[in-house]
Write a protein that binds this ligand. Structure first.
Ligand code: ZN
Length: 261
């Protein structure tokens, strides 16, 4: 088995900020993909905002099992057409892992349907992550808690819908707490949001973070075939009902007519 994975990177600060370039000389997306490729189940490649169609053509998405998304400074530059394409891939069964400031990405907000806002502070605080769902596959091999010495603070209230599962919770030195690892099901697709990953800190070099991302890709992978039209809403005629029925009462639609969307 090989889980075809794309790490999508915005690749803006990686190019424009010397601190970020020193930490991630080939870009954050390349570092994240290299960590994933340590797992023999995973075959990770990369795509960036600057690629044609942001590297996310329909043909490439059709062959992708799991997509990771890191963005921050240029969410608005992502084409709505590509966002809708990615959303439909997730609804059809592709896994999606949204990282750090991707909470404000178009794709995450599209799939959550809420503002996804939070409080924040960039002060190099210690972050302590606590496992909130013991033995969840995403935290396999992770101790009950671990620390990242330098991180940006993200605090509650986090404007997300109630998660399917809360896998990790973070505490920050300044006193705030945050739901830092949460899962969702959207259509047939598994979605995981993972908080750490501010670009001026070495978060994606951390062994626990690498383990969580590898676990998350394995968790998000869906071995069943992609649902090709996850938005289809067919009108099932009376004659095709599983049990015989007689049509009765007034009706709005003609037989076989498509419904309103
Ligand atoms: Zn950040």
């Amino acid at each position: 088995m090989s889980i075809k994975t794309i790490v999508w990177g915005e690749n803006v600060h990686d190019q424009e900020n010397q601190v970020v370039a020193d930490l991630y000389p080939k870009g954050m997306h390349t570092c994240i993909a290299a960590g994933l490729n340590l797992d023999e189940n995973i075959e990770a490649s990369t795509a960036v905002l600057q690629d044609p169609e942001h590297g996310l053509s329909q043909e490439r998405l059709d062959k992708t099992d799991v997509l990771l998304w890191w963005g921050h400074a240029a969410h608005g530059d992502v084409s709505d057409e590509v966002v809708e394409r990615v959303a439909n891939a997730v609804l059809g069964g592709m896994g999606l892992i949204v990282l750090h400031s991707g909470h404000f990405s178009k794709i995450f907000k599209r799939l959550m349907g809420t503002p996804c806002n939070l409080t924040w502070r960039e002060a190099g605080e210690r972050e302590r992550l606590w496992v909130a769902s013991r033995n969840h596959p995403i935290v396999k091999g992770i101790p009950d808690h671990f620390e990242l010495e330098f991180e940006e603070m993200y605090g509650e209230p986090f404007g997300i819908p109630e998660p399917l599962e809360t896998v990790l919770i973070s505490w920050f030195q300044g006193g705030e707490v945050f739901r830092s690892g949460v899962t969702y099901k959207r259509g047939a697709g598994n979605v995981f949001y993972f908080r750490p990953g501010h670009e001026t800190y070495p978060t994606y070099h951390d062994d626990n973070v690498k383990t969580i991302l590898k676990n998350a890709v394995n968790w998000a992978y869906n071995e069943q075939p992609r649902i090709l039209d996850p938005n289809d809403a067919p009108n099932v005629p009376v004659t095709e009902a599983l049990e015989p029925i007689v049509e009765r009462g007034p009706k709005l639609h003609a037989d076989g007519e498509a419904g309103f969307k």
